[in-house]
Design a protein around this ligand. Structure first.
Ligand SMILES: [Zn+2]
Length: 154
């Protein structure tokens, strides 16, 4: 078997396995060779690249096929991924802050006025308490915690 580097008319690169160069020509002639990306049968052989790489230099990364119209790649997370990210962040916050519960406003003030060691704290505060803290120049970050993240961590 031989591995041929192939390319279609749209420059999609792919590999094909054929018994021989003749077999490739034959199958191409019969329309059996088509691009896996766009199904084009206008396929040609590329000069084959050496398969052995004996040097220590890593091979340059292959260029990804150009995105086609209507195939625009998107990096927007799905709602499920958003949920997962949110949970992850909530757990991260929970793991890196001290839960001071109802004493949040009091504790935030003590930290702000150097009466308590500086650290991340979390707890509950009423909107009035948050407004008061903000008036005093104390930064409060409100993060709605999903119920599951409040459960004890392992
Ligand atoms: Zn193609």
């Amino acid at each position: 078997m031989k591995v041929f580097d192939l390319a279609c008319e749209h420059e999609h690169r792919f590999e094909g396995w054929f018994g021989s160069a003749q077999a490739f020509d034959e199958q191409l002639g019969r329309g059996f060779v088509e691009c896996p990306v766009c199904a084009s049968k206008v396929v040609r052989r590329m000069p084959s690249a050496p398969r052995l790489n004996l040097s220590q230099t890593p091979e340059p990364p292959r260029r990804d096929p150009q995105p086609q119209a209507g195939q625009i790649a998107t990096a927007m997370p799905t709602p499920q991924q958003m949920q997962a990210l949110w949970m992850k962040m909530a757990r991260h916050l929970a793991a890196n802050t001290e839960d001071v519960g109802e004493r949040f406003a009091e504790e935030a003030r003590r930290i702000h006025y150097d009466e308590a060691p500086a650290r991340g704290i979390r707890g509950v505060a009423t909107p009035e308490q948050r407004a008061e803290l903000e008036d005093e120049g104390i930064e409060v970050f409100t993060f709605p915690v999903p119920p599951a993240a409040k459960e004890p961590l392992q």
